[in-house]
Ligand binder design. Structure first.
Ligand SMILES: CC(=O)SCCNC(=O)CCNC(=O)[C@H](O)C(C)(C)COP(=O)(O)OP(=O)(O)OC[C@H]1O[C@@H](n2cnc3c(N)ncnc32)[C@H](O)[C@@H]1OP(=O)(O)O
Ligand SMILES: Nc1ncnc2c1ncn2[C@@H]1O[C@H](COP(=O)(O)OP(=O)(O)OP(=O)(O)O)[C@@H](O)[C@H]1O
Length: 734
């Protein structure tokens, strides 16, 4: 929802005070904030010395709250040491996410990463504040020295919309803005009055933090007792989802329903809340238990007959019950594997949150969990009241609830592609939220940093297709060449693996492309991509490229003339998917670079299918092998006399196909090399099966289970392909 934001620079000061007046004003604002009964707020203090401002803020906040966590870069930490109850570096935020603080001071002399701000706020309990110590407004560059200034402009606009804010310049003694929400915060209803339908222990029910959590616990216990296979707990961050899993785990342990229970999540930090609540609930129920810790983190809770133990997602082996926190962050591949092998699964996932989430992802998680499945939604935040102004500001500012807007009237009167002016976009919240709402679907994981990057990164460009002025398709793209900073340079390095000329080539990488979900498959993506290509040609670039994880969109890129130029042998830690890079040449040099890389990739995919690319699903592997006639190249040596003999016996039915897999391998590899890819005339399913068995070396039983076909069907596929390849070879020789 957009509120009364206003165009930037400079905000009208509320008034000039003395330096002492600023601190007094801040103290009385903090008092008023506390009097709201639990709302949290934001403090922004500008100063030529952010370190000095940070230490001042730390002293005031420590005075008011008793504790304050300071987060500051290395060079700023020493002067702050005496003023903070805890001092950490910005890199430690992941570790801090499980902690609770009354106040957090962020000293940010340069880049203000939205992820850091959002995560810091996540650790603040009701009534507390996040305070930023930053340079004077005129010099403030939260997007970094290279930024185009759009993110700064946007932030300043958004500060104008914050409902609980103290914003001042300490040196100039100016208060820019001071705001507090009217009325008192209402605590969410507690579990006391809830009447359970399941046989859940009363004491356990009363360990719930909110009525919501108690109700969900009751529903889950009922579901489990009725032999439900999976449970998904969803909601925004800080709703007590992990805590609820802890309560359910305590129920399972206390009822002697479990022995060894594997617990997984992207990092051990994410399950601290789970273990904390589990331990507290077991204590409440009088169940003897102990905890296993390493490096200050709890990694397990065990008792005489049960053991809940954390494992990293790549190591976890399913148990009779498996617990998965932050399930979406495991990625679809890993989650699917886990779900198919776990008799019963308890999972939680954030719908909108700070470290990569979104509705697309939550839907994906839901679809993967086996039936009978129960989905419960937790509405109320645990640590602060509903309607908290700091949470609202963060969610609105970093568009954490971004969703595609309602689609415009169709067909539209006018359809126009253009490059968006990002500085202007910073002043137009409605347009920006529509653009972003479309764009977030191109990616499973969206985080606050993404918005800043799209708005502000100097090498990014933003394109949109407008239907009667409403965005219906969006592209975020990044200019890349050999001079691009290493961290931001992706395609040039991938292309240069095979093609030395890639160091001379310049291109545009489509970081994300998305079409309004209600308007896909009508040519809009193709049309906008065409416009982006025109722009890239206009800039004299050599290639247009993209890198992505979902192999199912490969069809779109192929239809638009893109070649696969790289496939990552390692799955992404975050999603378990293998990144695929595609490119389309735009110049003579581009043609040389892209086709060289594409031919080499095809050969590598074929010859290292059983080693580097064995981890790809059969479907994904066959999809990247599809190639194009232009990629045809020199085949390997032909069959020996003996191989030919075996082949003819196999074709006569006297030998099993497994006895001629080496022959099938050679025929297949030579066919793919000579024709530039694995396509027709083979049926799609035959391609998956033959690629997985012959090139990736997977077992027939793994293939049958993965593709949901019978062993018989898989064997018939192999035989069919063998016959087709032998016939093709025969025709060539004849
Ligand atoms: C770098 C990245 O961002 S990769 C991620 C891409 N984005 C997403 O996955 C977000 C969700 N999807 C979308 O936004 C859109 O569907 C896009 C961008 C993938 C494609 O745009 P659309 O307008 O839907 O596609 P368009 O109509 O132009 O498709 C042209 C052809 O490409 C192929 N194609 C399009 N989408 C797909 C797909 N998801 N899978 C396979 N083939 C596809 C089809 O052959 C299609 O022709 P057809 O509809 O006649 O069969
Ligand atoms: N029943 C409970 N009793 C005590 N504390 C709880 C309970 N449930 C949750 N909490 C605490 O409230 C805070 C937020 O809860 P939790 O971490 O479960 O939320 P979440 O919805 O899983 O959010 P996130 O997505 O941030 O993990 C945590 O500090 C957690 O320990």
């Amino acid at each position: 929802m957009s509120r009364g934001y206003y165009a930037e620079s400079p905000p009208r000061p509320l008034g000039q005070r003395t330096v002492a007046g600023i601190t007094a004003a801040l103290r009385s604002w903090l008092e008023e904030l506390q009097a709201t009964g639990g709302y949290r707020g934001l403090v922004v203090l500008h100063s030529v010395s952010p370190v000095y401002a940070g230490s001042l803020l730390a002293r005031i906040l420590r005075d008011v709250y008793g504790d304050v966590l300071c987060i500051a870069p290395r060079e700023a930490r020493e002067p702050l040491r005496g003023d903070c109850s805890r001092l950490e570096s910005p890199g430690a935020i992941d570790r801090l996410l499980g902690t609770e603080n009354s106040a957090v001071v962020l000293v940010v002399p340069r880049l203000l990463r939205p992820n850091l701000l959002a995560a810091a706020a996540e650790t603040v309990r009701g009534g507390g504040v996040v305070a930023l110590a930053v340079p004077p407004l005129g010099e403030w560059r939260p997007g970094g020295d290279e930024s185009i200034g759009a993110y700064r402009r946007y932030l300043v606009n958004r500060l104008g919309a914050a409902r609980a804010l103290f914003w001042a310049d300490y040196d100039a003694s100016i208060v820019y803005r001071q705001a507090l929400p009217p009325g008192r915060a209402q605590a969410p209803p507690g579990p006391e009055s809830y009447r359970a339908r399941s046989p859940v222990h009363r004491r356990l029910l009363e360990a719930a933090a909110t009525l919501d959590q108690a109700r969900a616990l009751d529903e889950i216990v009922l579901h489990i007792r009725r032999r439900g296979r999976s449970v998904l707990v969803t909601g925004d961050r800080g709703r007590g989802k992990s805590g609820l899993l802890g309560l359910v785990a305590a129920y399972l342990a206390a009822s002697h329903m479990v022995g060894f229970v594997p617990v997984t999540a992207p990092s051990p930090g994410s399950v601290q809340g789970f273990f904390r609540v589990l331990g507290a609930a077991l204590a409440r129920l009088g169940v003897r238990h102990w905890t296993m810790e390493r490096g200050g983190l709890v990694l397990g809770v065990a008792g005489p007959w049960f053991h809940f133990r954390y494992h990293t997602p790549d190591r976890v082996e399913p148990g009779a019950f498996t617990i998965v926190d932050e399930a979406a962050a495991l990625g679809p591949m890993r989650l699917r594997r886990l779900a198919s092998r776990s008799p019963r699964l308890l999972a939680a996932t954030t719908i909108h949150g700070y470290e990569g989430s979104g509705r697309v992802l939550a839907k994906m998680v839901e679809a993967i969990l086996p039936e009978p499945r129960l989905v419960v939604w937790l509405e109320h935040p645990v640590r602060y009241p509903p309607g908290d102004p700091l949470e609202e500001w963060l969610y609105e500012t970093f568009m954490l609830r971004a969703e595609a807007p309602p689609p415009p009237r169709w067909p539209p009167g006018r359809l126009e592609a253009l490059e968006l002016d990002r500085v202007k976009l910073a002043d137009d919240y409605t347009l920006l939220s529509r653009v972003y709402g479309i764009l977030v679907q191109a990616h499973y994981r969206n985080e606050p940093d993404d918005l800043a990057l799209i708005l502000d990164a100097p090498h990014h460009r933003l394109y949109a297709l407008l239907a009667d002025d409403t965005p219906v398709a969006v592209v975020d793209a990044s200019l890349e060449d050999w001079d691009t900073a290493y961290e931001a340079r992706i395609m040039p390095d991938l292309l240069a693996q095979a093609s030395p000329s890639a160091t001379r080539a310049r291109g545009l990488r489509v970081v994300r492309i998305a079409v309004h979900p209600g308007l896909q498959r009508r040519g809009l993506g193709t049309r906008l991509l065409g416009y982006v290509e025109e722009q890239a040609r206009g800039m004299g670039l050599d290639w247009l490229g993209a890198v992505f994880g979902q192999p199912d969109v490969l069809g779109f890129w192929r239809r638009n003339g893109f070649y696969v130029v790289y496939v990552s042998p390692l799955p992404s830690k975050a999603t378990g998917e293998h990144n695929i890079a595609v490119a389309r040449p735009l110049s003579g040099l581009g043609e040389e670079v892209v086709l060289t890389a594409a031919r080499d990739t095809l050969r590598k995919l074929l010859l290292a299918g059983h080693s580097l690319y064995r981890g790809l699903t059969a479907e994904a592997y066959a999809a990247v092998l599809e190639g194009a006639p232009e990629l045809a190249q020199q085949p390997l040596a032909g069959l020996t006399e003996e191989q030919r003999h075996r082949l003819s016996r196999a074709l006569e039915g006297q030998l099993d196909v497994e006895a001629v897999l080496d022959v099938l391998w050679l025929l297949l590899v030579n066919h793919v090399l000579a024709s530039g890819g694995l396509r027709e005339p083979f049926e799609e399913k035959d391609r998956w099966i033959v690629a997985a068995r012959v090139l990736q070396g997977k077992t027939m039983s793994d293939i049958a289970a993965g593709l949901r076909v019978s062993l018989q069907e898989a064997r018939e596929s192999l035989r069919r392909v063998l016959e087709q390849l032998a016939a093709m070879q025969h025709n060539r020789l004849a």
